[in-house]
Design a protein around this ligand. Structure first.
Ligand code: ZN
Length: 190
């Protein structure tokens, strides 16, 4: 086996998850996270301790070479999405979107309107479809109703937006896989 291709990650997704978790202070501070890290990555793939910070940095450096919109999509997927809120406002439900996730969604909602043909000129609706896509527990049709958008156009536009974001994410992962493979960070299973 070529030493250059011994690799450490089995996929681009695993690499991003590792890099993002490693970079997140919340994650680093959690004792449970430390245990999990030892379990999952302490198996001779060199991702524990000092080495881990270096590996995370290398992955982030490769992510940084991707197309900007691919980066935003990958960030939105891996970002911590909500945090607790005690603002005391009567409408507060005790949680809010994190700044990082809100910003990523907002930028993507602008970009899909520029790139995809015929999407509704309602930023909040496009954002809702994207939030749902990235795993938030909301109902797109409920959001549409609040915004005064009928079910039929809502479904049609949601389909267009989903198609766009899936494609963007898929292309981002493919590009990152190629980058990581080139620098020898992916495990060659063949
Ligand atoms: Zn609040």
């Amino acid at each position: 086996m070529n030493a250059r291709h011994e690799g450490i990650f089995t996929s681009a997704e695993e690499a991003i998850t590792f890099a993002c978790n490693y970079s997140s202070q919340q994650y680093a501070l959690s004792p449970m996270a430390k245990i999990l890290q030892q379990g999952a990555y302490g198996s001779g793939r060199g991702l524990v301790g000092l080495d881990g910070a270096g590996q995370a940095g290398m992955v982030l450096a490769e992510i940084a070479t991707l197309d900007y919109w691919q980066i935003v999509a990958l960030v939105a997927r891996k970002a911590i999405k909500s945090e607790s809120c005690n603002c005391g406002s009567p409408c507060c439900r005790g949680w809010r979107m994190t700044e990082l996730f809100r910003e990523a969604i907002s930028q993507l909602a602008d970009q899909v309107a520029r790139e995809a043909r015929d999407v509704l000129p309602v930023h909040a609706f496009r954002a809702a479809v994207l939030r749902k896509h990235f795993g938030e527990k909301i109902h797109v049709l409920d959001e549409a109703e609040k915004l005064g958008i009928d079910e039929h156009p809502a479904n049609r536009h949601a389909t267009t937006i989903r198609k766009w974001i899936r494609e963007l994410e898929k292309n981002g992962l493919t590009a990152l896989s190629e980058r990581l493979d080139e620098v020898g960070m992916l495990v060659r299973t063949a």
